[in-house]
Structure formats: structure tokens, C-alpha cells
Design a protein. Structure first.
Length: 400
């Protein structure tokens, strides 16, 4: 039986299958052996927050089982989160705004590709076009935040360029849904769009390395938030809030982040949100060293690191916004059919609306909209951890 446990609970005699959170800085590493010494455990604790242990193959099964029960990864996601003031409901239907959002997305990709190339050539990024692109993203989100929040799920992923744009769309959607002032949504979106510009200064051999980074390479990567801030600060035009968010998006509440090891009070609200959005999109994106997680799996990971890596209030707001069943997720219903989540009620996040597009044998069928709310006659969701790529399905063809 495989269980994820905290690194602090590792003991000699445990069989570790793998460790690492799948992020750029800490990819999954297969170990597949029994821990034989305290020094080995200390080395692992310096590299990772948790590890996957095979209880059956461990020599200390009772300790492994007890550690697994203590792991926050075993706690279910909350189906409700603290209530708060929300922004207005969508002004435009999802299908209409998705058509616009896709065009905005592609323009943003073009901009980021050019920007990263220019930085590699030694040019300093300017604020005018970046602000215009971020403004277009924010405007689309204001019309229908669900279009912006789903586009990173249903589109295929590359990395750095796509990642920056995905995070910007998520940031704009989050800000719109939370009812943040327009100026705050603009700052959050612009920060998200530019949060990884410092990576343009990394050697390609590090940026695209398929395996684990060496200690020296990791130290170089840890400089990218500060590099990004310095690149943007060179123009003397970017708002201080943007510079701080770009610099602090890898800081953690417990002080274990970088580049400065700040703790919760010293990290801005923009940076707290950006940290969550950055990791969420990284986890649901395909990487050379691991497959993409499903949105639900990514949410479970985020929730298991609340109050340590991520701010609990900011994470609660994000989960409330994105939903237990994020729009665009591929799910299986109790009757065996498959479909895509198109919406979820604010007061019942565990009962989404699903567009059923495949029968029990995964054969295409006439799309049917199903309300999974108990008592409405719809079939309940029974499997929400499905990855459409495992079934060779391009969900963009069926959404919305």
C-alpha cells in the first residue's frame, strides 16, 4: 500500500518509493529502496517535504502506517470554505467568452514568447505592452471568470511561456471572482504574467533538464525571482506591488521558501495568491520529468501544504473560487458515462453540472448536460481524478 507521509516522519526501515512534489525545483525522484541510516533520512529531509512510502515493503510497518495517518495528504478536501464577498456573476455566457478568451490567450502567448527572447538578448522589458496584455486578460475575466479559469485546463501545455499566461488567466479570474478592486486585479494579473521572467536568464540546459537538478543548479534557479524583480525594476515604471509579488512568489508561510526565507506577515497578499496559482498550474501542466496531475490531484496537494507552504486564508479563497470540481475537469459519473464539468453552484460545490460526451465504453455520444445535485435526477460524480490524456482525449474539442 502506497502512502504519502511528511519527511519529518521518515524512519530507518521505511521503503521509500519516490519523493519530490513534481515542481520545477523538486521533480519526482524514484528511490525504491529501504532507508538504512539516519544520515540518509536527513539528506531526504533537506530535499523534500514529503515522500511516498510502501507500507507493505517497509520493515517498520506500524510506524509507516501511523505516519500515513498523520499525513495532511490523507485529509479530504473541504467541501465548504469560509464565506466571503464575491464579485458579480458572469456577464457573458461561457461559450461566447471562451471564444474571446482563446484569442486573448494566443495574443498573450505571442507577447510572452517575444518578451522572453528579448530578455535573452539583453533587452529590458517595458511596461506598456505588458500592461495592455494583462488588461485584456483582466477584461475577459471580468466578463466571465469561468472562461479564464478553465482555459489553462482545456488547452495543451508547453512550459515557461504557456505557464506565465496560464497563471495570468487564473489570477485575473480569481481577482474577478473575489470581487477585488479593479486596480488590484490589474496588479495581480500583471504580476502573474511576468512572475517568471527571471527564468529567461537561466541556461537552457537547466531550464529544460529532464531530471533532478544538482545542488548548484538549484541554487541558480533560486535566483530567478530576484532576477525577475531586477529586470522589471530597471524600467522604473512597474508598480512596487508587482515587483514585490514577482520577487516573493516562491516564499512560504513557514519561512522555507526563497529567495529571502520570508514568513507569512512579510509576504504580500498578491504574492500569497501568486504562490498558489504558480504551483497549481505547474502541477496540472505536462513536464519533461513527469505527467500532469489532474486539477483535483493538484488541489489535494495544495491543501496538504496549507499553513506551512501556503497561507490558509488565501488557499481557502482559491479553493472556493476554483471549486472541488474545477470547470473543464474530466469526470466519470455513477452511471458509467464520462463528461466535462461546465459549472458548479456556489452553495453546493460537490454537485457540479457536467456535459456528458462519452458513454460507458468511451464512445462519443450526443452531448447532454447533467445536474448532479441530489434529487435532480442526475447521476453523481464518482471519479474526478481522471486525466483525459490517459484516454487520448482532447477535451478542447468538447468544451464548453
Amino acid at each position: 500500500m502506497l502512502k504519502r507521509i511528511a519527511a519529518r516522519d521518515l524512519r530507518v526501515g521505511m521503503f521509500v518509493v519516490e519523493y519530490g512534489d513534481g515542481s520545477f525545483q523538486c521533480p519526482h525522484v524514484r528511490l525504491e529502496r529501504i532507508l538504512e541510516s539516519p544520515d540518509e533520512i536527513e539528506s531526504l529531509r533537506r530535499e523534500t517535504r514529503d515522500a511516498v512510502v510502501d507500507i507493505a515493503l517497509s520493515r517498520v510497518r506500524d510506524e509507516a502506517s501511523a505516519a500515513a495517518k498523520r499525513s495532511p495528504d490523507q485529509e479530504p478536501l473541504p467541501l465548504t470554505v469560509p464565506a466571503g464577498v464575491l464579485g458579480p456573476e458572469p456577464q457573458v455566457c461561457l461559450a461566447d467568452e471562451l471564444r474571446v478568451a482563446r484569442k486573448v490567450y494566443n495574443r498573450a502567448l505571442d507577447f510572452m514568447s517575444r518578451l522572453l527572447r528579448e530578455i535573452k538578448c539583453g533587452r529590458t522589458p517595458g511596461i506598456a505592452e505588458a500592461s495592455r496584455v494583462a488588461g485584456d486578460i483582466a477584461a475577459s475575466s471580468a466578463r466571465n471568470y469561468k472562461a479564464s479559469s478553465s482555459i489553462s485546463i482545456i488547452r495543451s501545455h508547453g512550459y515557461v511561456t504557456n505557464h506565465c499566461v496560464n497563471v495570468a488567466f487564473l489570477a485575473a479570474a480569481l481577482g474577478s471572482r473575489l470581487g477585488l478592486p479593479e486596480s488590484h486585479v490589474d496588479v495581480l494579473t500583471l504580476s502573474a504574467l511576468l512572475h517568471d521572467v527571471g527564468k529567461a536568464l537561466l541556461p537552457d540546459a537547466i531550464l529544460h533538464k529532464p531530471g533532478k537538478l544538482t545542488a548548484e543548479e538549484y541554487e541558480r534557479v533560486k535566483r530567478h525571482p530576484q532576477d525577475g524583480r531586477e529586470l522589471l525594476a530597471g524600467q522604473h515604471l512597474f508598480p512596487r506591488d508587482v515587483l514585490d509579488a514577482v520577487q516573493d512568489h516562491h516564499e512560504a508561510c513557514d519561512g522555507s521558501g526563497y529567495p529571502q526565507g520570508k514568513t507569512h506577515p512579510a509576504i504580500s497578499s498578491f504574492a500569497h495568491y501568486l504562490s498558489i496559482l504558480d504551483v497549481y498550474d505547474a502541477l496540472i501542466s505536462y513536464r519533461t520529468y513527469r505527467r500532469a496531475l489532474t486539477p483535483f490531484q493538484a488541489l489535494k496537494y495544495l491543501y496538504s501544504h496549507r499553513s506551512t507552504r501556503f497561507s490558509s486564508p488565501h488557499l481557502a479563497a482559491f479553493i472556493r473560487f476554483i471549486g472541488i470540481y474545477p470547470v473543464g475537469s474530466f469526470v466519470r459519473l455513477a452511471d458509467g458515462t464520462y463528461g466535462l464539468v461546465t459549472d458548479f453552484p456556489e452553495n453546493k460545490p460537490d454537485a457540479p453540472k457536467v456535459k456528458v460526451v462519452f458513454d460507458k465504453r468511451l464512445r462519443p455520444m450526443r452531448p447532454t448536460l447533467v445536474d448532479t445535485t441530489p434529487g435532480n435526477g442526475g447521476s453523481a460524480v464518482v471519479d474526478l481524478g481522471l486525466n483525459p490524456k490517459d484516454y487520448h482525449i482532447n477535451t478542447e474539442l468538447f468544451f464548453p
